[in-house]
Design a protein around this ligand. Structure first.
Ligand SMILES: Cc1cc2nc3c(=O)[nH]c(=O)nc-3n(C[C@H](O)[C@H](O)[C@H](O)COP(=O)(O)O)c2cc1C
Length: 217
């Protein structure tokens, strides 16, 4: 064990947050105390980012009319997604894919404008800005689980329409509507597994050694 390791209890807490984090779509309203929200956003802001560009922007949606308008955008995209899914359309429409109206807090997360000025680590992989924002959201997700709060990442929306709604500058791009707040209970398994929509693959099928597809045995 490295001398820099956390204590056993601390390590267990970290792995527990990772294992018990769930994407939540069922919320019980309520509130997120201001100091808790501040901690969660600080956790997100501690994320790694390519070239330390910190491309994330967080926008708290506290206006009920804006929340309704965001919900309408998601609902429109939900219907378009169902159409695009063809034979699984009805099955998809039965899934709950967002908790925008019921969550205590709604946050939009966006990529900042002017990202083309940041070349470090992005010359061949410009999408590393998106990867950095995802790191921030994952930090927030894990911290929320540790605080006992659910979080759901909603990406079913037209980014241009959401950007217009929230007055985002040209060149910025919303990537998430985050539903955050108290929940009755955390799903034991990913909800898409519980609902029979998807089957996760074990790590052993996704881990290679030296050559793609080789387990190294
Ligand atoms: C980038 C990203 C976008 C997602 N968008 C949605 C979404 O729009 N609606 C939804 O219900 N779940 C969304 N999810 C949640 C996934 O469905 C969920 O993470 C996956 O089923 C595994 O479940 P778990 O997070 O509980 O482990 C998204 C997750 C990620 C990482």
């Amino acid at each position: 064990m490295s001398e820099h390791a956390f204590t056993p209890a601390e390590r267990a807490a970290v792995y527990r947050a990772i294992a018990e984090r769930r994407d939540m779509r069922h919320f019980v309203g309520g509130q997120v105390p201001a100091e808790v929200l501040a901690r969660l956003l600080e956790a997100a802001h501690h994320a790694p980012s390519v070239g330390l560009m910190q491309p994330w922007r967080f926008l708290r949606i506290s206006d009920p009319q804006l929340r309704e308008a965001a919900h309408a955008l998601v609902e429109a995209e939900r219907v378009r997604t169902a159409e695009a899914l063809g034979e699984r359309s009805d099955e998809f429409m039965r899934l709950k894919v967002e908790g925008i109206r019921d969550c205590a807090e709604l946050l939009a997360v966006a990529l900042m404008e002017g990202r083309e000025a940041h070349v470090f680590g992005r010359r061949t992989l410009p999408e590393m800005d998106m990867a950095s924002v995802a790191c921030a959201i994952q930090n927030l997700w894990l911290a929320a689980r540790a605080e006992g709060l659910g979080l759901g990442w909603v990406s079913l929306f037209d980014p241009e329409a959401l950007a217009d709604l929230l007055g985002m500058p040209a060149g910025s791009k919303p990537v998430a509507l985050l539903c955050l707040g108290p929940v009755h209970a955390f799903y034991e398994k990913p909800m898409l597994v519980e609902e029979g929509w998807a089957t996760p693959r074990p790590l052993s099928e996704l881990l290679f050694e030296n050559r793609w597809g080789s387990s190294g045995e």
